[in-house]
Design a protein around this ligand. Structure first.
Ligand code: ASP
Length: 464
């Protein structure tokens, strides 16, 4: 578009004729004059069609909210008495010379000029692209981008390499149900979508990458909750030659740098550390909110804490041992011996560290078992036979035979962190296209049945 000026920059063009483009926000018809606000990605500005321009007035009377316009006009300073406090560009307005209608809009199914969180979820998600135009959603989605950008910048400044890992992969023993994808060229066989890049990021350490990160999608077929969807994004990190302190210190520095640069205050630095045992006895849970009632009202305060010394194993309903967090973790150094001997299982602590913030788990990770015999011992404790171990993690045991460095990492949930930054209580408020509570995609119609031809190609027969 020729010489388009963003609304936020209008104040630098006072007295000049310029062009803006965007949506009609609200329109006020005042007899001889027409007023309307225009909105673009940077803000809003009041436009005035004066009676002296009959053609403009005529067009101005026709326009409706959410029409898409290109407006040519002169930027004027607004009279002092009219300047609305707090309104972006409150000090300037546009005297309209020309209106080009780029597209008309039907009346929207709901009002986007107010807080849309009260609107029926199905309607909101069916028309998510309209919902996204609302101030709050614009702010939330942009803040998410800002957060991820600053995380990336921080990690790059610390010599990390951003590496993608496969989406079509093998089922990982992360503890949740997998989403599976049928393979057309290997009928009867399935890929799993990754619950996390756990194994690949460890293999990258064996591959000598030393410092890896990825803004990774992770998929888990779990029951949907306010703070949990089928898919989520995590800042996934893995580092070689580190101990718990190294990872925790780096992530603490990262979170501090990122959120403080975004204008947030951290309640306590360095982040307090608490053992799982203390946390359970003090808060009755392994995540907690350390803010006072007063602080909870101030959206800008973030109370981070680390939780450490988690038990490595817990009993399943069938009375078998299973891992509490991550089977690839290393026990704390003092307990390696117990693991190797298969003794004292209930007392073995893992090197897991969880980062909590304002009542949510904002991340978690551990130092990994990089020696094949330690990883193997973990699986033996969980009752796997030699054959089952080989089948499950044989590739990892094999990889660890060829000079695997010590390593550890963490994953931080982007959505949960954003819920804290925005003060939102629902995941869907910080995701552009979230699912409904019933697991239906926003706007588009999934999941849905396949055509007979597709099923045949995949070698799938449905059971009615
Ligand atoms: N893979 C773990 C998770 O997704 C995080 C980690 O240990 O790095 O929860």
């Amino acid at each position: 578009m020729k010489n388009r000026v963003y609304i936020k920059d209008l104040k630098d063009h006072v007295g000049k004729e310029i062009t803006i483009a965007g949506w009609v926000d609200v329109r006020r018809d005042q007899g001889k004059m027409v007023f309307f606000d225009m909105r673009d990605v940077t803000g809003k500005v009041q436009c005035v069609a004066l009676p002296s321009r009959a053609d403009v007035i005529e067009k101005g009377k026709e326009i409706r909210p959410e029409w898409v316009l290109e407006i040519t006009g002169i930027v004027n300073k607004r009279p002092e008495k009219n300047i609305k406090a707090g309104v972006l560009n409150g000090e300037v307005e546009m005297e309209v010379i020309g209106i080009e209608i780029l597209n008309k809009a039907e009346t929207l199914p709901f009002d986007i000029t107010t807080d849309t969180s009260v609107i029926n979820e199905d309607t909101r998600l069916k028309y998510r692209y309209l919902d996204l135009r609302s101030d709050r959603m614009q702010k939330n989605i942009r803040m998410r981008s800002e957060f991820v950008k600053r995380v990336r910048e921080f990690l790059f400044s610390k010599m990390f390499t951003e590496i993608e890992t496969p989406l079509l992969t093998e089922s990982t023993p992360e503890g949740s149900r997998d989403f599976v994808v049928p393979s057309r060229i290997n009928p009867g066989n399935f890929y799993a979508l990754p619950q996390s890049p756990q194994q690949y990021k460890q293999l990258l350490m064996v591959g000598g990458m030393e410092k890896y990160f990825q803004i990774a999608r992770a998929l888990r077929d779990e029951d949907l909750r306010a703070d949990r969807g089928f898919e989520h994004t995590q800042v996934d990190v893995e580092m070689s030659f580190v101990e718990m302190e190294d990872v925790m210190n780096l992530i603490e520095e990262m979170m501090t740098t990122v959120v403080e640069s975004m204008g947030f205050k951290i309640k306590q630095k360095p982040f307090p550390r608490i053992t799982y045992k203390e946390s359970m006895s003090k808060y009755g849970a392994d995540k907690f909110d350390m803010r006072t009632e007063e602080e909870k009202k101030d959206k800008n305060i973030l109370a981070y804490a680390w939780v450490v010394n988690f038990p490595f194993f817990e009993k399943t309903d069938e009375g078998k041992w299973t891992f509490t967090h991550n089977p690839f973790s290393m026990p704390i150094p003092e307990h390696i011996d117990w693991l190797m001997k298969g003794e004292n299982i209930e007392n073995i602590l893992t090197t897991q560290y969880d980062l909590v913030c304002n009542g949510y788990e904002s991340g978690g990770g551990s130092i990994r078992a990089h020696k094949p015999e330690i990883l193997e011992a973990t699986y033996k404790v969980m009752g796997y036979s030699q054959e089952e171990i080989k089948d499950r993690i044989g590739h990892m045991l094999e990889a660890f035979k060829y000079g695997a460095p010590s390593h550890g990492g963490i994953a931080l949930g982007v959505e949960r962190n954003l819920m804290n930054l925005t003060g939102e209580s629902y995941l869907r408020e910080v995701v552009a296209f979230p699912m409904t509570r019933g697991g239906k995609t926003a706007v588009m119609n999934a999941p849905k049945s396949l055509e007979e031809k597709q099923l045949k190609e995949l070698g799938i027969k449905l059971v009615k």
